[in-house]
Design a protein around this ligand. Structure first.
Ligand code: ASP
Ligand code: MG
Length: 420
């Protein structure tokens, strides 16, 4: 069976007109068998993070926040269909579960609570949209991603058990397609063997689409976005950004690794392994070409720019006057891995190691405290990391200008700067 996987992010389902647009896009594919992966609506995930924070710190604020979320979702249902009764009933059932969970005391594990609560964003959006499409004439089966995408219990960044997930996805989808040609499911969420909900990391719905596509040997994945395709830069920072039409997997992997936020970095590997093309297409202009990531050759030398804010530059000096040699490096990397602190750029000299990393808050603080036992740690923050692929002198001038450069690294295809 040839299956297409479509992924609609939060912006593509942010309100009733956006969801009607999703319906129009689905109508362009009347004969295809499609799995639709959907994120939480608009800024719902951020909103649920606020609910979680209140739950832990100001529980008296929780009821009003949940009421507001419920109003938002019910309002969209009312705008979509004249008689939203059945959709509203299903939404209310989810809100009952959410309120029930929030009425219990928080656990000791914040990340666990995060996944149990923030996952409701996708459960709500897919319940609403599935109900609407069924009424609007696109019969579909709602699939609970928590039952099929199996992860370990690394809450907030569940690690996927590929074999179990593939088996479960194949079985569930075969059953779902028995009833029609569309299966609709949540991005971002999965479940453990003990039936606990996990999430795959912020913006993880793209990754969900890739897991499903990989499991089913899908024909293609299409990510529907509010941009025309994959651009060589963020148009908010670089107004003259241009679309990249055909991008080899390797190039797209490099771009996402360095922080291009159009596609979640974990998305491409599973697709590349099975040679499944990834289309990035405009949600507003589905007739346009968009971008495609495949096994093609890199055609342009157009520089691509990736700018990451909220970075921290750490410089470590061994306290015992030893060199920054392999023993120290191995020790530092072990600590970073233990606390899941990622390295975005690094450089070492005889006496020091500098690392540019995301500011992951508490986790970084604990990691730095652990490192301080053996190293003097200098801390520079906030800094920005600028990466240019296929750099030219002009592109460096354009992106860095006269900013103060704290660290710089060049290879043939990539140049990076940590700037103040
Ligand atoms: N709703 C989740 C988030 O906002 C996942 C996603 O949108 O991809 O992070
Ligand atoms: Mg999103």
């Amino acid at each position: 069976m040839q299956v297409k996987v479509f992924k609609f992010g939060g912006a593509s389902v942010k309100d009733a007109p956006a969801i009607e647009n999703l319906y129009q896009i689905m109508r362009l594919y009347p004969d295809d068998t499609v799995i639709v992966v959907i994120s939480a609506m608009g800024k719902t995930t951020n909103f649920l993070e606020k609910v979680l924070e209140a739950y832990h710190q100001r529980p008296e604020e929780v009821p009003a926040l949940v009421d507001e979320l419920q109003r938002q979702h019910e309002q969209v249902a009312e705008q979509l269909v004249p008689d939203p009764g059945s959709i509203v009933d299903s939404l209310r059932q989810l809100f009952r579960q959410l309120r029930e969970r929030l009425s219990c005391a928080p656990s000791q594990n914040y990340d666990f609570d995060y996944d149990q609560i923030v996952s409701f964003g996708e459960l709500l959006s897919t319940t609403l949209i599935s109900g609407y499409l069924n009424i609007a004439g696109i019969p579909n089966t709602w699939l609970d991603a928590r039952r099929v995408i199996r992860t370990d219990s690394t809450f907030r960044e569940g690690r996927v058990d590929w074999e179990t997930s593939a088996r479960q996805i194949q079985d569930a989808v075969a059953a779902g397609f028995g009833k029609g040609r569309v299966v609709l499911t949540q991005g971002f969420i999965g479940g453990t063997a003990e039936n606990l909900t996990t999430t795959l990391g912020r913006e993880g719905s793209d990754y969900s689409a890739a897991i499903i596509a990989h499991s089913l040997d899908a024909e293609s994945v299409t990510i529907w976005k509010d941009v025309p395709g994959l651009l060589n830069a963020d148009p908010k920072r670089f107004p003259d950004a241009v679309k990249l039409d055909h991008i080899p997997y390797e190039e797209a992997l490099e771009l996402t690794f360095y922080g291009a936020s159009v596609i979640h970095p974990k998305t491409l590997k599973p697709l590349q392994n099975k040679q499944i093309p990834l289309y990035v297409k405009s949600f507003f202009h589905p007739e346009n070409e968009g971008s495609v990531i495949t096994n093609c050759r890199l055609s342009t030398g157009v520089p691509s720019y990736i700018v990451k804010d909220g970075q921290v530059l750490l410089t470590l000096f061994p306290k015992d006057f030893s060199f920054m040699g392999v023993e120290n490096l191995s020790d530092v990397f072990t600590q970073l891995a233990n606390y899941r602190v990622k390295i975005n750029m690094m450089q070492n000299s005889a006496l020091s190691l500098s690392i540019c990393t995301d500011n992951v808050g508490e986790r970084l603080k604990i990691c730095v405290d652990a490192l301080k036992k053996r190293y003097k740690v200098k801390y520079n923050d906030p800094v920005q990391l600028i990466t240019i692929r296929h750099h030219t002198p002009e592109s460096v001038e354009k992106a860095v200008g006269d900013r103060k450069v704290l660290m710089r690294q060049t290879s043939r295809a990539t140049i990076q700067f940590v700037v103040k």
